[in-house]
Design a protein around this ligand. Sequence first.
Ligand code: SF4
Ligand code: SF4
Length: 192
Amino acid sequence: MNEQSSGATTAHGGSAAGGPLDPIAEKVSACMQCGTCTGSCANAFAMDYTPRQLWRLVQLGEQDEIFRSTTFWMCSSCYYCTLRCPRGLPLTETIQALKRIAFARGTYRSKTSPVFYSTFVDNIRRYGRVREMDMMTRFFLRLKHPVAPLRFASLGVKLLLKGKISPQMPALFAKGKLDGLFRKVRELESES
Ligand code: SF4
Ligand code: SF4
């Protein structure tokens, strides 16, 4: 049973004891639906709900619709909406919080975006930066989708020929460069 079906829900779809959407809805409660965030977002064309619509859904506590949405997965954390919001709302931070909740709950429609994000973060942990070839190879392996690499093949070749990515060998058994940092963050998060 989810919080909405339990009957004890707040306006934001959280439980009376405080649901995961409550702090998020609090942060965007002053949204006046002006649409500046949507107009500023370079990725809005790829989202099913625009950022402005997403904030309205959050205000209304439409949990199912929010977590079915592709919007927050498409956000590249450029901070442009945050910079331009006339209400000064922390939009990027808030969209990241939605991503974390969806990831923790496993509530997402397509597994591609979560797999991409976790492969990206794992690559940062291993090397301290992204190694594109290595990351995409691991991404395709984890996706277990035989056709997916073909879709990116021509782009990969173009980037290689332009020297934008380098074909470095993966460090299969090496210790991650940022293992210590990631461990510390996990410790801090479990204390908070
Ligand atoms: S720019 Fe700010 S106030 Fe305007 S719709 Fe977006 S979140 Fe709401
Ligand atoms: S931070 Fe995300 S939602 Fe905001 S403008 Fe950038 S890509 Fe769009």
